[in-house]
Ligand binder design. Structure first.
Ligand code: ME8
Length: 517
């Protein structure tokens, strides 16, 4: 089925913390998916942004001796720099402190929840974890501390507005069980159902969605009660609809793009996205996103990255040593999107040398050098004339040829994986083709063949150039710069007869990927 539009989002990142590889990973994962869908012709909208309100931001800003707005401006500057550096192709960057782009949507959603009779005022007394930006229960503590942040939660008593989350438990259960609201991987559905079924009363009691303005004077005013500000998750989650125009005078873009086709998040915020967010949407009578993709966590040396352990890996050092394409390669091919993974400098170097410097880089150099040396780079041919892989000159033993394999086997598998967000498996197909092309060179030894049979050599090289052109196309969402470089070096034009391609190839001035010793 042909899709018409594709709306994909990342989480919005807290504007108080240092960005690390986990954030870079989420951006790259969502970008590969967005670029893939754009590439196959969907009208794509890709959103990322920053989460700028709340307790944590105010406290950190105060520590730095800055106003909250000045503080978030600095951090958002850094975020946008990372987004640009990584080659992230987002169509918009939403900021929750943006009073024009975000506040009208957040406030409209509030009023919709209110109109549904799902908001009431009450006194909250209990525990609050600043790290989670959430009220938590005794039951969730480990040794009296928050299990995520290892900090003792604060005792709080204050008047808040509450959202009737409990009202939506049966409908949430139905949506999750039926798969109507899809979560990838399935294990997260089970986790959420377990929460709904066994701990429903505790965990899914109604949730506070505002805080008194005098306590945290940094947020979106509650419509009709400016003494209260919208509590961060309620404010933050609505970014996904405000960013496409919900609450604006003209909601055409919201009507076009919503519901989101895919929301990419990390595993620590599933509950907010799989329970609170759909409940808010149900209450506001807005369609639910079609799918939530929950990715795993990056650890460093087997441990959660943390400042105190001193093992925080930033994307910068990998970019400085290996370049952005290599980082995008690693994040795409070397990890499974739905599992946790560990990153070490040793492993990075190993796969870089094996698969980029040697594998892909070497294949590109060898092929283009031969094409230039033997034919001045100019080679015309078509799929039918390419000899089979595994078939050796003069023998009849024959496998299938490269174009046949690409069209009938590799491409369909590539698309199936990419559509299922299995970008690592999609990337594997590319390197399967790299392997096939290496094999093809071993089979026919064009560097020897050229001495005896120039016409046959030309057909072999055409097959290799054809393969590289397919590699460049499949690589485009993953390593757009590398894909473009390869494509430019190939100089392919489809001309004249059906299926005929002429290459005017030139060799790379420098290796695509320098080997690291
Ligand atoms: O949670 N590995 O913001 P955030 C992989 N503002 N992903 C990681 C990670 C790691 N080590 N650490 C964090 C927030 N992430 C909220 C979201 S959405 C309406 C509000 C992921 O800056 C994390 O799971 O703490 C989340 O998806 C994203 O990075 C931003 O995390």
């Amino acid at each position: 089925m042909e899709e018409k539009k594709f709306y994909v989002t990342t989480a919005i990142f807290y504007a108080n913390a240092q960005l690390h590889l986990g954030h870079a990973y989420e951006l790259i994962l969502a970008d590969v998916i967005a670029r893939y869908h754009r590439g196959v012709g969907s009208k794509t909208f890709f959103l990322t942004g920053s989460d700028e309100h709340g307790d944590k931001i105010i406290r950190t800003a105060q520590k730095e001796g800055m106003s909250p707005q000045a503080f978030v401006n600095v951090n958002v500057g850094k975020m946008k720099e990372l987004v640009t550096t990584l080659g992230v192709s987002n169509d918009f960057f939403i900021r929750t402190s943006d009073q024009k782009a975000h506040w009208p949507g957040a406030q409209k959603m509030w009023r919709a929840l209110e109109a549904a009779g799902d908001i009431y005022k009450a006194t909250y007394q209990g525990l609050y974890c600043v790290g989670c930006e959430a009220f938590i229960t005794e039951k969730e503590l480990v040794d009296g501390k928050c299990q995520h942040h290892g900090t003792v939660p604060e005792q709080i008593k204050e008047e808040n507005y509450f959202f009737k989350l409990s009202k939506y438990v049966p409908e949430l259960r139905r949506l999750l069980e039926s798969g109507e609201f899809k979560i990838t991987p399935q294990s997260k559905v089970n986790e959420m159902l377990a929460l709904l079924n066994t701990e429903g009363e505790n965990i899914l009691s109604d949730v506070s969605i505002s805080r008194p303005e005098r306590e945290i004077p940094w947020g979106i005013p509650v419509p009709g009660d400016p003494g209260q500000l919208m509590y961060v998750w309620c404010d933050a989650l609505s970014n996904y609809i405000s960013a496409v125009g919900y609450g604006q005078a003209d909601e055409a873009s919201f009507n076009l793009f919503w519901p989101a086709d895919l929301q990419v998040i990390g595993k620590d915020i599933v509950r907010f996205h799989a329970l609170l967010w759909p409940a808010m949407l149900l209450s506001a009578k807005i369609a639910l996103p079609k799918e939530l993709l929950v990715h795993g966590f990056v650890t460093s040396g087997g441990k959660k990255m943390s400042k105190s352990v001193g093992n925080v890996l930033g994307p910068d050092e990998f970019i400085a040593d290996y370049g952005v394409p290599a980082l995008r390669y690693y994040c795409t091919r070397e990890v499974s999107p739905t599992e946790d993974w560990d990153l070490t400098r040793e492993k990075f170097k190993e796969v870089y040398n094996a698969n980029l410097a040697n594998g892909l880089g070497n294949l590109v150099s060898r092929t283009l050098k031969m094409a230039t040396q033997y034919f001045d780079g100019k080679i015309t041919g078509d799929a039918a004339s390419v000899p089979p892989v595994g078939g050796v000159q003069g023998e009849s033993a024959a496998g299938l040829n490269i174009p046949y394999l690409v069209i009938n086997d590799l491409l369909p598998r590539y698309h199936t994986h990419m559509r299922a967000h299995e970008i690592n498996k999609g990337a594997d197909i590319i390197w399967e083709l790299v392997g096939k092309l290496d094999q093809f060179i071993t089979d026919y030894e064009p560097f020897k063949l050229v001495k005896t049979d120039k016409a046959a050599t030309e057909k072999v090289l055409w097959g290799l150039l054809y393969g590289l052109r397919e590699i460049s196309a499949m690589l485009a969402p993953i390593m757009p710069d590398t894909a473009k470089t390869i494509s430019e070096l190939l100089g392919a034009t489809e001309s004249g007869n059906v299926g005929e391609i002429t290459f005017v190839a030139k060799p790379p001035v420098a290796p695509l990927f320098m080997r690291k010793e």
